[in-house]
Design a protein around this ligand. Structure first.
Ligand SMILES: [Zn+2]
Length: 186
């Protein structure tokens, strides 16, 4: 029996295969491993929060040089994927998007799911009491108080549409970051 539903399922499977093929292709073409790209994004977040940024890839270039990684090849790879500045790399060069998700992440997020949910709940209460001043001051306070990496988490929140405290409450969805299959079993 080849119903309409079966054909739809077949098309979805084909789309998933095509996506996997693209992830594998990108991973094969990337001069950096997933782990190296993750480390670069951590470094860029720290640099940009501490020192600001311009429209160049100079922090990226520095980091590649310091770590003995191929500079020209990596910059070419990043520009080919439309990451033209340190800020664009820090925000959007998510290894999960480029190379595919892992067992514990769909999108980059340095803190575990329980921590993110606790953060959102706390920030929500603070924003209801004090309003949002268009900064992430409450999120930053919570991350600092709980000993989580500040700059990389701020960038990961921003990448999910959380550019300030009220946007973090509004836009952050665990389901877009952490795989749900383990929860669905129970
Ligand atoms: Zn806000």
């Amino acid at each position: 029996m080849s119903s309409k539903k079966d054909r739809k399922a077949q098309r979805q499977e084909a789309a998933i295969r095509e996506q996997r093929r693209r992830w594998d292709e990108t991973a094969a073409a990337s001069p950096l491993s997933r782990h190296q790209l993750d480390s670069l994004l951590d470094y860029l977040a720290e640099q940009i929060v501490a020192n600001g940024h311009d429209d160049t890839l100079r922090y990226t270039q520095q980091w590649l040089g310091t770590n003995g990684l191929p500079v020209e090849e990596t910059l070419e790879f990043l520009v080919r994927h439309r990451f033209r500045s340190d800020f664009e790399v820090a925000l959007n060069a998510d290894p999960n998007a480029l190379f595919g998700p892992t067992d514990d992440r769909i999108a980059r997020m340095p803190i575990p799911e329980e921590a993110l949910e606790a953060l959102i709940e706390w920030v929500d209460q603070k924003v209801q009491l004090n309003g949002c001043d268009h900064s992430s001051r409450f999120a930053r306070q919570w991350l600092t108080d709980n000993g989580y990496p500040l700059a990389p988490t701020e960038f990961a929140l921003l990448a999910q549409g959380g550019g300030c405290d009220c946007e973090i409450v509004l836009n952050l969805e665990s389901a877009n970051i952490y795989p749900t299959f383990n929860r669905e079993i129970t």
